[in-house]
Design a protein around this ligand. Structure first.
Ligand code: 5RP
Length: 229
């Protein structure tokens, strides 16, 4: 899985600490990205040792990761809600848990899974923690709506950029067959207001602002993990 930001050891500590919260019989949302992958690794080892869980992946990548590690998986509509979801973030305010996701273009399913879960545990390294959110906001967009969504972003004082694939010519296509517009709003003072405004734009499938979803934040570092709940 592609790695971003801080050290792999810090990401691993965060992922492993969150995975320790999972107990027998749970249905677990499996997040996307290099930090969430460490949680999936740890859950795979626990399953090998007898832990009885079912995982609900948030992307093609996390589905493959779970299969490779022997974690039984299901679709969201095959389980009666989720107990815990574990996922990464591109930026987070630790005190509130409000965060920006979508660096892996998986934020639509990540938000669906988070909304279906009793708890959302966000796992990050210290480079992701901020006082105020100012990371670009990933917006998954129906292709035919791209220009309208870009105009709406500008109307909200943002600067839109169509995300391009790094491994081929052309735009990133999500697991759902859509485009991603990354919107730079500078420092976001009213994340709830911006989240609501973006949700109302026709053609926006979902955006990566997660407001009031997070139950706990695990911040891994070189020598330990801190948990904010
Ligand atoms: C994918 C996400 C990821 O969780 C986010 O990009 C963090 O990834 P990483 O742990 O690799 O830094 O939101 O859509």
């Amino acid at each position: 899985m592609k790695s971003t930001g801080g050290s792999d050891a810090a990401k691993r500590r965060a992922g492993e600490a969150a995975a320790e919260q999972v107990t027998d019989g749970m249905a677990v949302g499996l997040g996307t990205g290099s930090t969430a992958a460490h949680a999936i690794d740890a859950l795979g080892r626990a399953v090998d040792a007898g832990l009885d869980i079912v995982g609900v992946p948030t992307s093609f990548a996390s589905r493959q990761c779970a299969i490779d590690r022997g974690i039984p998986i299901a679709d969201l509509d095959e389980v009666d809600g989720l107990d815990i979801a574990i996922d990464g973030a591109d930026q987070i305010v630790a005190e509130s848990g409000d965060c920006i996701k979508g660096g892996g273009a998986a934020h639509t399913r990540e938000k669906i899974v988070a909304a279906a879960s009793e708890e959302l545990l966000i796992v990050v390294d210290p480079t992701k923690v901020a006082e105020t959110l100012d990371h670009t906001v990933a917006i998954e967009v129906i292709p035919a709506a791209r220009t309208g969504v870009e105009a709406a972003v500008e109307g909200l004082d943002g600067t839109p950029t169509l995300r391009q694939a790094s491994d081929k010519d052309g735009p990133v296509i999500t697991d759902n067959g859509n485009l991603v517009v990354d919107a730079d709003f500078g420092s976001i003072d009213d994340s709830a207001g911006l989240a609501a405004s973006l949700s109302q734009v026709p053609g926006v499938v979902e955006h990566g602002l997660f407001v009031d979803y997070t139950s706990a934040v695990y911040i891994g570092s070189e020598d330990g993990v801190s948990e904010t709940r």
